[in-house]
Write a new protein. Structure first.
Length: 198
């Protein structure tokens, strides 16, 4: 697990400048509601072109679609560094989703769990891969305040959080003693395509 966290940090730091081009990113978001359930998801996608590759330092110079250039250093964990060529297109796609579900009457112990995931490019191909995680939290509803439109949740470590519930129908459905399950997933995928690929 520590190795995965280190790799995750390296990947995120390595593409931070690529992904921070929010104004240039293609972003899609969706929200869905049903009684006792709300789900939101978003995808952010940024593309850059490889301007230069320095094999000695494993550094790649990139140019975003807005014209900004920057360098990233690719860690030893990334396979197939020698396959990167000037003109290749690097795409970073960040997926995130959050689902909140009401569990009437509770019954499950408050808990938190995290499941990491990682996939690297096959040997011999273009570099790339995906790193992500799913976090699941079950919290107890300890108070409902209709006046302030808040629900107070108590987590597995005893901490409390007040959630604002703007939808009156959703708020009316929540009672003290119920539980809320929150599932948060996120993934960052990096792909490299040859310059001639469309």
């Amino acid at each position: 697990m520590p190795k995965l966290k280190l790799l995750a940090a390296a990947v995120i730091v390595g593409v931070a400048q690529l992904a921070c081009a929010q104004a240039q990113a293609q972003t899609n978001a969706t929200v869905a509601k049903a009684p006792g359930k709300v789900a939101a998801a978003g995808v952010h996608k940024v593309t850059a072109e490889v301007l230069s590759v320095d094999p000695a330092t494993r550094t790649v110079r990139l140019k975003r679609e807005d014209g900004e250039t920057f360098e990233i250093q690719v860690g030893d964990e990334a396979r197939n560094f020698d396959q990167i060529r000037v003109g290749d297109k690097v795409t970073a796609t960040y997926h995130e989703a959050l689902t909140l579900s009401l569990k009437k009457g509770g019954g499950e112990a408050a808990s938190v769990s995290e499941t990491p995931s990682m996939e690297r490019a096959p040997k011999g191909g273009k570099p790339g891969g995906t790193i992500g995680r799913e976090v699941r939290i079950v919290a107890d509803v300890v108070a409902v305040n209709e006046k302030t439109k808040t629900v107070t949740l108590k987590g597995p470590e005893g901490n409390t959080v007040d959630l604002l519930v703007e939808d009156p129908a959703q708020l009316a459905n929540v009672k003290t003693g119920d539980q809320v399950e929150a599932v948060f997933t996120e993934a960052l995928a990096i792909s490299v395509k040859p310059a001639h690929a469309k």
